[in-house]
Design a protein around this ligand. Sequence first.
Ligand SMILES: Nc1nc2c(ncn2[C@@H]2O[C@H](COP(=O)(O)OP(=O)(O)O)[C@@H](O)[C@H]2O)c(=O)[nH]1
Ligand SMILES: [Mg+2]
Length: 370
Amino acid sequence: MGTTPSAPKLNGTHIRKGDTVRLSWRSNCGVYGTWKKDEKVLAHGGRVSISHKDFKHFSLEVKDARQEDEGNYTLELSNRKARVSGSAAVTLLEFDTEWRGLFLAETDEVKKTLEAFKVSNSEVRCLRFLLQGPVGVGKSSIINTINSVFQGQMVNLTPTDAATGKSHTIAYQAYPIEDAQKKSLPFVFNDIMGLENEKESGALIADIISALKGRVKDGYKFNASSALTETDFHYNSAPSLADKVHCLVTVIHANNIFLFTEEDDAIQKMKQVRKAARDLGVPDVVFMTHVDHCCPLVKKDLNNIYLSKRIKAAMQRCSDLVGVPMNCIFPVKNYHQETKGDAKTECLILHALDKAVKSADDFVRVKSSN
Ligand SMILES: Nc1nc2c(ncn2[C@@H]2O[C@H](COP(=O)(O)OP(=O)(O)O)[C@@H](O)[C@H]2O)c(=O)[nH]1
Ligand SMILES: [Mg+2]
């Protein structure tokens, strides 16, 4: 025991409830070892197995992992020469119970209510939703997914694209939502060019704000270098309440949100647009897409959405960065490669849409065109 031991390097893990926590280290020399969890010494017995072979091979197993096993695990090694230690975090992927209900059984009810929905202000035939968010987050896919849900088959009304990193949606266009009989439901979505993370590309904030006010006519081609002006053919100088946006939908990628900081241009742009909406009294919600990319539990089964700690952390990150309260953030998964519909996908998108519709309807109820 005359050699100085190297500090143990333990691998942190994310595990499921019921799994076995496994941590191990092979020392470069003979040493005495002690395992600790959150600074408390662990003893062999029960669900905990500790093995120290030849004073060199150190391993710890905790079977049937539970909430209480989450924490910081440390291996301390010592001999006459030195005392060293290394730590790793063990995190459970899921909570013990859902922190928000999925309400799968209510999906049909919500769908029927939306199919029969009538706008409460007779001046407005269709509630208008404006989708904002960086390129590739799934704005076009949201429109396609909602249409697929109501039409009972996969719909690709708006082109989707991520590979180029540039926005596919150039012209301002209102997309209707139709049911299986091709009857229009009283909802339209405007999908705008992505808010790329560079100052020089994507729609200008001024244009998005004009869109909120109903000043941008269909067919307007966003131009990253100059904003729409009053003399433009596509400028609506006297927008009615029906032309205005009734609810802003900020779309955020569940996984990529962890890569953004408050200083990023895309975050700043989304906040500016939200502020403009707030100043106009327009309600706003967040649809958090790509939940299947964000958490293995959710990729396996969407039922785990409100059990997943990673999804809750992503929602919290959206809330912190963009400033939207948690109860206005809706995790959704878009159809992207499926050929048939799926009840859980429908459930998430319909509950999100239902909230957006109620908010939009509250907005138009108290307004008139004048
Ligand atoms: N796995 C997965 N892929 C998605 C999801 N939403 C969109 N996509 C894919 O992401 C890419 C970008 O989507 P798109 O709708 O074009 O994004 P946009 O630029 O915001 O309009 C496309 O390849 C979509 O098929 C989702 O929730 N999960
Ligand atoms: Mg698009």
